[in-house]
Design a protein around this ligand. Structure first.
Ligand code: SF4
Length: 184
């Protein structure tokens, strides 16, 4: 079935935001950046079995200037944190960050002075992926969820209003110190 059958009248209406989101999610290029064991699973995603090429993302860029997705695959040491931030700063906007695995998301089992307790202390994170290590299928699932986020990203005045709403919600949220979880 061609586009003509889906659109009998031959007219398609959409918004600039939706076209931009569609183009952005279909042209993500990850930065070549692996920090620990999670990176092995990330590399598997680029291979033939999991085939990240289905989404046009198989080329991990050697230069951050050609990348718009940072997959933080592994624990972030204090020594690595400024390097990670520099790589992030060198990426052109709009750009996105995926924290892969518990170590990147929260420090994981490395609750010590040498490891940053969550990469969101260093760069803004768009999506967190749990697991130790997450399977390649889980990484693909996180990437598809990030695609949905990118597709729905607002622009211009709508984006400013969205950011203000998100900041208000973050300020109103209880601090993690007050949260009671299984470990407290
Ligand atoms: S989450 Fe597990 S697999 Fe990933 S970097 Fe940490 S220890 Fe390694």
């Amino acid at each position: 079935m061609g586009l003509e059958e889906a659109l009998p009248s031959g007219v398609l209406l959409t918004t600039v935001e939706k076209v931009a989101g569609y183009a952005r999610k279909g042209s993500l290029w990850p930065a070549t950046f692996g920090l620990a064991c999670c990176a092995i699973e990330m590399m598997a995603v680029g291979g033939a079995r999991y085939d990240l090429a289905r989404f046009g993302m198989e080329v991990f860029r050697a230069s951050p200037r050609q990348a718009d997705l940072m997959i933080v695959a592994g624990r972030v040491s204090q020594k690595m944190a400024p390097v990670l931030r520099q790589v992030y700063d060198q990426m052109p906007g709009p750009k996105w960050v995926l924290a892969m695995g518990v170590c990147a998301s929260s420090g994981g089992m490395f609750n010590n002075y040498a490891i940053v307790q969550g990469v969101d202390h260093v760069v803004p994170v768009d999506i967190y992926l749990p697991g130790c290590p997450p399977r390649p299928e889980m990484l693909i699932d996180a990437i598809l969820k990030l695609h949905d986020q990118i597709q729905d990203t607002k622009m211009g005045a709508n984006r400013k209003a969205e950011i203000m709403a998100l900041e208000s919600a973050a300020l109103a949220a209880p601090s993690t110190l007050e949260m009671k979880g299984l470990l407290r």
